[in-house]
Design a protein around this ligand. Structure first.
Ligand SMILES: C[S@@+](CC[C@H](N)C(=O)[O-])C[C@H]1O[C@@H](n2cnc3c(N)ncnc32)[C@H](O)[C@@H]1O
Length: 242
């Protein structure tokens, strides 16, 4: 059980000292301090309040690169085309809530979304297998995972996911973020390979609603899953295997 210090995460250094009367709850966040040990909290192992600096630095680097790519005319295949940071938090939360099983991602790019999922990997002592087909992106993703120190929890596979997905079973989490024309085929490969309670999330359900209409329609009427589109980031289709 890790102990987080409120003074660093809540920006109130020195507000309470050991010899002062400590209130029942921190006035700013409602978390209970532990008397005589300064400002400590009973919360532990949070995915988001204690992200390692190496991961934060690489996330920032990739966010800036993605923004630049979008403005400077970088070609479709070379652009990073990453998820938004709130989608990152969302997929990490969803992954951390899944039952036991294998976690996969279709469409690594330079590894930004994988970094978010790596936070959940640490939480549940699980690993992520992520598929990327484009060699230049594979190179950048290797650099990301090495610099961020997450190579032990992320297994990067340079392969067409349509081939790789046929070899994996007992899937409890899948994040789908590739070319739109492979979504439906990936969906049909993954759903039968999922454990009950497993979660599949597909990005761009709102921004590419027309391109993905077949796949979204299939999921929303599929008796094997409960599904809905949630207004996070670019629109996330969330399916839970029954
Ligand atoms: C939208 S980007 C992924 C962004 C990434 N998820 C992120 O947020 O950091 C889509 C990626 O999927 C890859 N891709 C497309 N089709 C693929 C396939 N059949 N198998 C594996 N990767 C694929 C592309 O090369 C591209 O890098």
């Amino acid at each position: 059980m890790a102990t987080l210090y409120l003074a660093s995460t809540h920006n109130i250094p020195g507000k309470f000292k050991n010899d002062e009367k400590i209130p029942s709850f921190c006035c700013e966040c409602g978390i209970q301090p532990i008397p005589n040990e300064g400002l400590k909290t009973l919360r532990s192992d949070s995915m988001f309040t204690d992200i390692p600096t190496a991961i934060l630095n690489r996330m920032k680097f990739l966010e800036e690169k993605d923004e630049k790519d979008r403005k400077d005319g970088t070609s479709h295949w070379h652009r990073l085309r990453q998820i938004t940071p709130d989608t990152g938090r969302f997929i990490a939360l969803m992954a951390a809530a899944t039952p036991k099983g294998n976690w996969i991602e279709v469409g690594t790019s330079a590894g930004y979304s994988s970094l978010w999922i790596s936070l959940a990997c640490r939480q549940l002592s699980n690993t992520l297998t992520t598929y990327e087909i484009f060699p230049a992106k594979v190179e950048q993703a290797h650099e990301t995972f090495s610099e961020a120190g997450v190579e032990d929890v992320i297994h990067l596979v340079e392969e067409d996911a349509l081939k790789g997905l046929k070899e994996i079973n007992d899937v409890s989490f899948c994040f789908l973020d590739a070319e739109k024309d492979v979504y439906l085929r990936c969906y049909e490969l993954v759903i039968p390979r999922m454990v009950s309670g497993g979660i599949l999330i597909a990005d761009n359900a709102t921004t590419h609603k027309e391109d993905l209409s077949m796949m979204i329609g299939r999921a929303l009427t599929d008796e094997r899953v409960d599904a809905m589109v949630v207004p996070v980031g670019k629109g996330e289709l969330v399916c839970r295997k029954i």
